[in-house]
Design a protein around this ligand. Structure first.
Ligand code: NAD
Ligand code: WQD
Length: 335
């Protein structure tokens, strides 16, 4: 299949491109590099020894999208492109609604025009808000608590309505939990700009000595040890989940949680990281981060039943692979 991957130079996109190429698909990436580097595409070539086409375009540019659809016979689209920082979305709501919702609208419009009926969308566990865990796909309505989450819920609704009026449109809405880890080669992984917002990149930078210590946001949640519980999933398992969704895509709208179904607390993740890598992580308990929920983890039965997909990597493997990549980052940057 010829697959257009928007946001394919980003963290999850680049790992998914590797898996798609290894399965024999032809991959065309559209990314404006607002949160990634063109070199990640070279790393995909290096890992897979396969060719991949790259367009440096903004997905909110309809004309640029048209050009790609005229140039290639696209069979399926995976739409990763989006802004993803929750805190930033509160400060810059217009940028988030424009980028994340308009990109989905235009991409769907161009797909329909060119009779491209297979669409995979990157949604997020954040659409479940503060529901009771484990989160199950049937929960409705979606009580999002920030503009970022709202862009995901809105995009889901847009795609659902389009599918309702276009019976051949096949959509998979994939709700990711907390992706961490990196490709086993250590060549690609998560490399955020500035001080990381998310836990694992913060931990790896503390391990490296780039940051002094980890601030653990609260130990008074109603959880196993008082710290926040999340469903961490290896990014390569997530990438495989996209292939499973593509392989099983049928007409209509299908929603899947992509997680492990296991909750891990902040302190448990620190301990697993220390054990897996033999590196200490100094930390300090501080106040809760505004907006954080106590627990988020997935009910994963639907993906297992309908896609035949389950996450295979355990927490230690996630920690090991995240650390391997972090140790390589400077070398990779100068190459
Ligand atoms: P990322 O920032 O690493 O990748 C997103 C990519 O999209 C980047 O390469 C960026 O340059 C590109 N992009 C953004 N806006 C664009 C535009 N208008 N036109 C073209 N390219 C554009 O993020 P990621 O972690 O790989 O996330 C991928 C998708 O998955 C996002 O939609 C994100 O919201 C969603 N998601 C991520 C997480 C997570 O924790 N990483 C969890 C749930 C959902
Ligand atoms: C995990 C846990 C923190 C940093 C966010 C988005 C969500 C999704 C993934 C895209 C929490 C604690 C964190 C730190 C800490 N992205 N923590 N010290 O909050 O589950 O989700 O990213 O869709 O939308 O909201 O992930 O990695 O930020 O936090 O103690 O320096 O680690 O409180 O319990 P989160 P996270």
């Amino acid at each position: 299949m010829n697959i257009l991957v928007t946001g394919g130079a980003g963290y999850i996109g680049v790992h998914t491109c590797v898996v798609l190429l290894e399965k024999g698909h032809t991959v065309i990436v559209a990314d404006n590099l607002c949160n990634s580097k063109a070199d990640s595409i070279n790393k995909v070539r290096q890992i897979t020894r396969k060719e991949i086409t790259f367009y440096n375009i903004d997905v909110t540019d309809e004309q640029a999208l048209e050009t790609i659809f005229l140039q290639h016979k696209i069979d399926s689209v995976i739409h990763f492109a989006g802004l993803k920082a929750v805190g930033e979305s509160v400060k810059l709501p217009l940028d988030y609604y424009f980028n994340n919702v308009v990109s989905t609208l235009l991409l769907a419009k161009v797909c329909l025009k060119h009779q491209v009926n297979r669409f995979i969308f990157s949604s997020s566990a954040t659409v479940y808000g503060n529901n009771t865990v484990p989160f199950v796909e049937t929960l409705d309505p979606l009580p999002t608590t920030n503009p970022y989450g709202e862009t995901k819920a809105m995009s889901e609704r847009v795609l659902t309505d389009i599918a309702r009026t276009n019976p051949s449109f096949s959509v998979s809405l994939l709700r990711y939990f907390n992706p961490i880890g990196a490709h086993q080669s250590g060549l690609i992984g998560e490399d955020p700009n500035g001080i990381p917002n998310n836990l694992m990149p913060y931990i790896t930078q503390v391990a490296k000595g780039k940051l002094e210590k980890l601030m653990v946001f609260g130990n008074d949640f109603f959880t196993v040890d008082g710290t926040g519980v999340r469903d961490y999933i290896h990014v390569m398992d997530l990438a495989e989940g996209h292939v499973a969704a593509l392989d099983n895509l049928t007409e209509g709208v299908h929603i899947y949680n992509l997680g492990t179904g296991q909750g891990t607390s902040v302190l448990q993740l620190i301990e697993a990281f220390e054990e897996a890598n033999g590196v200490g992580i100094p930390y300090e308990i501080v106040d809760r981060r505004p907006g954080d929920i106590a627990s988020s983890y997935a009910n994963v039965l639907k993906a297992k039943r309908e896609l035949g997909w389950i996450a295979k990597h355990n927490i230690k493997a996630m920690c090991r692979d995240a650390w391997r990549f972090e140790k390589n980052i400077e070398q990779l940057r100068v190459r």
